[in-house]
Design a protein around this ligand. Structure first.
Ligand code: GLC
Ligand code: GLC
Length: 820
């Protein structure tokens, strides 16, 4: 069943009932201040780093789920019979006469009504400011006067989210606030825990009107034994004017308002992060310097100012999404490729794998491999930010080409606990840089000096970084001449050197058994896929010798795959530490894996001699399901110490034969290389959430975003998705649909046009902004082909070949492509 619908004109997903099968969230914020915001107003916000600078508290794995957020409580009535309810449904689960939540591009709106009182809220992070704005409007839709009490509510996090939920012996004593609620003007609650010593930042929770009271101490507001669904102050109809001292600081404003019949009132709430220079921290002893907060509240003091900021945000997104648009009969594909998939790419670029409803914000920082792949779906949106990100990532590479697997967004330093040893990592840097150069033509980035190991003394050009990346797998090969896998390759759970048997220890970072034997066919295939781009980069920057040497290394690697990476009907996955095959028909479980098959064919291996087609047919035969392609088959029934985490998951979940969506687009792309547009599109559509909107009760996750995993056919809940939002699926599906199915692909010389579509797709139109020109590309497939171009005209003139040059002239160019 469906819980809402796409409003394509508004670029919104409209949720029509609050009790969605899982909280359906949105992300507020585009640059450095972010909020997670669910359809019932749950979530939290942070500045730059979800672990270190978290403004509001959120309890993961809470009961009921998704309790805690920025809440508004309404008390309708002047006496003890007053009706108390929460217009976002949660936390009181109030019965509502109307409810709607619209998640849009960087903002969300909730509107609801009960007993003649209507409420609407719009929440967003304005461009360039470090705050959330929550503008709320109450309307009296009845024909009598109404006396309303509004109570706002946020619970502050004591900044370090990890410490906040563990170190109670200290934390229950350190909470501090200041309150500024004058009879005129705005009212503000300041959360200043730890400001007196080592912090120079505080949070502010303000509203643009005077208040009748406030609370800053959680127990005073809720009552010690009450949940968020029964706050004592609200039921009493009066805030306690409590001043937090230790325990749990919160921010609640109490506003009293009389609304005549038909009357509306609007309030602007601002939840912001403020910083002061070290020498300007104090206004007076013990009084924080409130200037930045006052400026912020002043800036958004009026509803008009808030509306203007929202309008600016809308323009920002309109421009961004104008860089790639799609028109096609298939509305589901068009809205995903044109809007939601790109939106999710922005979110994954910003968040990496840090903060979602499945990532707690205190675990992983930015991933070396993840962020490089996230770039692929983002680079056309804001190339300058992709450029900066590439330089950050590259600085966490070691001089031998290996890399810290993760780094912290705040310090940008490699993460020591995890270290390196994920031997696919280096290659993703080439992949990211190649995508950036193809998008922008900016070869200058190669000459940027970038540290190794975050050490300026070890800095060298980005080109040298790529060189080291390229040769890492070449110089670290095993007995079959295939790259050594290290702790794991793309599949974090294929841990062939770890042999972990102690509960709780990490499958990846346990003392490594340096077998020098365990090899990865996938890394070889990734090498064969990204290697040619590296060689091309060498050639185009006059490094011909490097180019030739690289090409020889690629040929040698492909030879190794041909000799030792083919199992008869598909590509092998790996060799374990004993030299045994993984992903082979000889295995009892895990006979066939998706990754090496998708990537080998993407790289073109086996296309000429028919093995590629055979491999993809095997994938279809053994791994395909109604909901997408599972990672491997048969699922591991037992734990294999020599394989690691992959065999730790119950069959059908995660890497153990789940539909791990990230690698499905590799098969999609591989299918387009064989010209099989029907099958390519089938694999695309199966994991695309918009096609499963009416199946939301089973899928459970948001119908507008990809999920990392959908339970595979061995699982009890086959078809149920998990880990929505932060997944490499976003970038790769965008690459697969935009560059390989619709076939508009940036290459070094321009835009390559090579559609590979279902034969019944009559055609489509794509507009693509590319290196300072706009390409309006219309593809006519009245011939009913899957692939193949009969003619291309550019601005009315016949064009030979299928690469359209980078015009870079600020103009619009019309491209007509006739398939045939
Ligand atoms: C997660 C990780 C990613 C890894 C994948 C497969 O998505 O973030 O780095 O490649 O799982 O294990
Ligand atoms: C990735 C995998 C997950 C694994 C984790 C380990 O996120 O998807 O299954 O547990 O890496 O770090």
């Amino acid at each position: 069943m469906q819980y809402g619908f796409f409003d394509d004109n508004a670029r919104e997903y409209v949720i029509t009932r609050p009790d969605t099968p899982y909280p359906w969230i949105n992300y507020l914020g585009c640059e450095d201040f972010f909020g997670l915001f669910s359809n019932t107003s749950g979530g939290y916000c942070f500045y730059r780093d979800a672990k270190m600078l978290r403004l509001t508290r959120y309890r993961y794995n809470n009961v009921p789920t998704d309790t805690g957020g920025r809440y508004f409580y309404l008390r309708d009535g002047a006496d003890s019979s007053a009706d108390v309810w929460t217009p976002s449904w949660m936390p009181m689960k109030s019965k509502l006469d109307r409810y709607e939540c619209r998640h849009g591009m960087g903002y969300s709106r909730i509107s609801s009504a009960r007993n003649g009182l209507a409420f609407s809220q719009v929440s967003f992070v304005p461009l360039h400011d470090k705050c959330e704005i929550h503008k709320i409007t109450l309307t009296n839709e009845s024909n009598v006067d109404k006396y309303i009490d509004i109570f706002s509510f946020v619970e502050f996090c004591l900044w370090n989210a990890n410490d906040d939920m563990t170190n109670f012996q200290r934390n229950f004593s350190i909470g501090e606030v200041e309150i500024e609620c004058p009879p005129e003007g705005s009212s503000a609650i300041y959360h200043k825990t730890e400001y007196r010593e080592r912090r120079n930042h505080y949070a502010v929770w303000g509203v643009n009107v005077p208040v009748s009271g406030f609370d800053t101490d959680r127990q005073s507001f809720l009552g010690l034994y009450n949940g968020f669904d029964s706050p004592a102050a609200v039921f009493n109809g009066q805030a306690g004017d409590s001043v937090a001292s230790g325990w749990a600081p919160i921010g609640s404003h109490h506003i009293k308002v009389k609304l005549s019949a038909g009357e509306s009132k609007t309030y602007v709430f601002v939840l912001g992060y403020c910083e002061n220079p070290e020498d300007q921290k104090w206004e007076a002893q013990g009084k924080i310097n409130k200037k930045p907060a006052r400026d912020l509240l002043e800036k958004y003091r009026t509803p008009e100012a808030a509306d203007k900021a929202l309008a600016e945000l809308n323009v920002y997104w309109k421009n961004l999404l104008g860089k790639f648009t799609v028109e096609a009969d298939d509305k589901k594909m068009a809205r995903m490729a044109g809007v939601w998939n790109q939106y999710q790419c922005m979110v994954t670029f910003n968040m990496s794998r840090s903060a979602s409803y499945f990532e707690s914000g205190i675990g992983r920082g930015m991933g070396f491999r993840d962020s490089n792949q996230d770039l692929l779906g983002f680079v056309h949106l804001v190339p300058e930010r992709a450029r900066a990100r590439i330089l950050d990532i590259a600085a966490t590479q070691f001089p031998d080409g290996s890399a810290y697997h993760q780094y912290q967004p705040l310090t940008k330093r490699g993460n020591n606990e995890i270290g390196s040893g994920f031997n696919d990592d280096p290659l993703w840097l080439i992949c990211g840089v190649a995508a950036y150069i193809k998008e922008t033509g900016d070869y200058g980035i190669l000459e940027e000096k970038v540290p190794f190991d975050n050490n300026d003394e070890l800095a060298d050009t980005l080109f040298v970084h790529l060189l080291r990346s390229f040769y890492y797998p070449v110089t670290n090969t095993g007995p079959h001449g295939l790259p050594l896998i290290g702790r794991a390759d793309w599949n974090d759970c294929l841990n062939l050197n770890c042999f972990s048997k102690t509960p709780g220890e990490s499958f990846q970072t346990t003392a490594n058994y340096e077998s020098g034997v365990a090899e990865s066919v996938l890394i070889a295939a990734i090498f064969a896929f990204v290697g040619p781009d590296f060689a091309e980069i060498c050639r185009r920057t006059g490094r011909n010798d490097d180019a030739e040497r690289a090409e020889r290394a690629i040929a040698t690697m492909i030879e190794a795959v041909n000799k030792h990476g083919w199992d008869g009907n598909w590509f092998l996955r790996a060799y374990d530490a004993y030299g045994n095959k993984i992903g082979s028909n000889e295995c009892e479980d895990g006979k066939i894996y998706i990754e090496s098959n998708g990537f080998s064919v993407m790289a073109g291996i086996g296309i000429e001699d028919g093995r590629a087609a055979k491999a993809l047919d095997s994938v279809k035969e053994h791994l395909d399901t109604k909901y997408g392609i599972v990672l491997l088959q048969p699922a591991y029934k037992d734990y294999h110490i020599e394989l690691g985490e992959v065999s730790s998951y119950p069959p059908g979940y995660k890497e153990n034969a789940g539909i791990f969506c990230h690698n499905n687009p590799w098969v999609t792309i591989a299918e387009t290389r064989l010209g099989r547009g029907n099958r390519a599109f089938e694999t695309y559509a199966k994991i695309c959430p918009a096609y499963r909107e009416d199946d939301s009760s089973l899928r459970r996750m948001e119908p507008y975003v990809y999920a990392q995993m959908v339970a595979g056919k061995d699982a009890v809940r086959h078809g149920e998705a998990k880990n929505s939002w932060l997944t490499g699926t976003a970038a790769w599906t965008f690459v697969s649909i935009s560059q390989y199915i619709l076939g508009v692909r940036p290459v070094f010389d321009g835009l390559l046009i090579e559609p590979c579509i279902p034969s019944d797709m009559k055609g489509f139109t794509v507009t693509r902004h590319f290196r300072d020109a706009d390409y309006h590309i219309t593809v006519d497939n009245s011939a009913g082909k899957e692939k193949g171009i009969k003619s291309i005209t550019v601005d009315g003139n016949a064009h030979s070949g299928n690469v359209i040059p980078a015009f870079s002239d600020g103009k619009v160019h019309k491209i007509l492509v006739v398939m045939g």
